[in-house]
Every structure is written in C-alpha cells, then in structure tokens.
Design a binder for this molecule. Structure first.
Ligand SMILES: [Zn+2]
Length: 201
C-alpha cells in the first residue's frame, strides 16, 4: 500500500530537429529575425507546406488506382490532356509546374479517367526531375493497366531557371516518355503528338 509505484507519463520535450525548427534556424542564417511579427508562424507554415508538397511519398499506385479498372471492348487511344501539375525540383527545392498529357492504348481494360490526374499528383508531390516525373507516370500506368502502350508529354517551366536569371529563354522544357505501341509505332506516336498540339499551350 505504502510504496506504490507512481507512474508519471512524461511527454518528452521534442529536441529532435523538426523541419520547423530547422526553418527557424534558416531564417536566422539568412539574416532575418524569426521572432518578428510576420515570421513568427513561418517555420510551421513552411513545414506544413513542404509536407503537403511532398505528400506523394506516402502514396502508392495500387492504392491510388484502387478498383477503378474497367473491362471494356474499346481499343482506341484514350487521351487526358492539359493536366496541371506543380512539383519541386530536387536540385533547388524550387517549384516547376506545367501540364502533362497522358495517352494509352487499352487492351481490354481502361482506367477511370479521374485517376490519371491523381497519378500525376502522386509523382509530382515529391522532389522531382521533370524527366523522371514523366517516366514514372508512364511506367506506373503501364504497370497497373498493362495497355498496348503509354505516351506521356510534360511541358514545364522551372522557377530555378526563371528566378535565378540563368538561361531564362530556355525556362520552358518539354519531356516525353513513350512505351509499347507509342515507342514502336510511328502512327500511334504521331496521332498522340498531333492531338496534344491542338490548342495546347
Ligand atoms: Zn532546379
């Protein structure tokens, strides 16, 4: 009775570095005063923004696609054009953004159309290279849907080029990934590219 153990639950003080605390330090190193009115909540805001902008790491293609695969007797090209995306370049952690055009040639199955922008977001919300983003979108659709081919074209503008004053005239970049029929058959690829070019940016 007397010597009862007293269990105290201690909430550990978070000494481990959080993005917010590192951000506070970054502000200091930039010559700012993190304590001033306008900046007081900035480290937390930056952390929240970064977590959101990299939330694609926590997702995987199977879960995104879920059960939105449908059997059909449709063998014409499916195109989803002008999918807006925003990403962060892995070299400077600055945004790059633009449009992605995705096409595939179905083989007995199609993917729910709304899933394609979600796949784009999943890969865009990571630290990226435009080239890899383009490839990953194409390859994941190939994997999950097993169509006759996939084509992806990505047009983007990079803040790391635009803001830092280097090669401004080349700040727009176009990348593409062509798999299966889009790689092997010129007519398929040309059909896709001409459809993308129609009233595109
Ligand atoms: Zn960059």
């Amino acid at each position: 009775m007397k010597n009862r153990a007293v269990v105290k639950v201690m909430t550990p003080k978070r000494e481990t570095a959080s993005i917010a605390s590192l951000m506070e330090e970054t502000l200091r190193l930039l010559g700012e005063d993190p304590g001033r009115q306008g900046l007081r909540k900035t480290p937390e805001r930056v952390e929240k923004a970064l977590r959101y902008l990299t939330s694609g790491y926590g997702q995987d293609i199977r879960r995104v696609v879920n059960s939105a695969l449908f059997s059909v007797k449709y063998d014409e090209m499916v195109i989803v054009k002008d999918i807006e995306f925003f990403s962060l370049c892995e070299h400077h952690l600055l945004p790059f953004f633009g449009k992605v055009h995705v096409a595939y040639l179905p083989q007995q199955r199609v993917l729910g159309l709304s899933k394609i922008p979600r796949i784009v977001d999943m890969y865009a919300r990571r630290l990226q290279l435009q080239e890899r983003l383009t490839q990953e979108i194409a390859q994941s659709i190939q994997e999950v849907l097993d169509p006759l081919g996939v084509g992806v074209v990505c047009e983007a503008r990079h803040f790391c080029m635009m803001m830092r004053g280097v090669a401004k005239q080349h700040s727009g970049a176009v990348t593409s990934a062509m798999l299966g029929a889009f790689r092997n058959r010129k007519e398929t690829r040309d059909e896709f590219l001409s459809l993308v070019r129609q009233n595109s940016i």
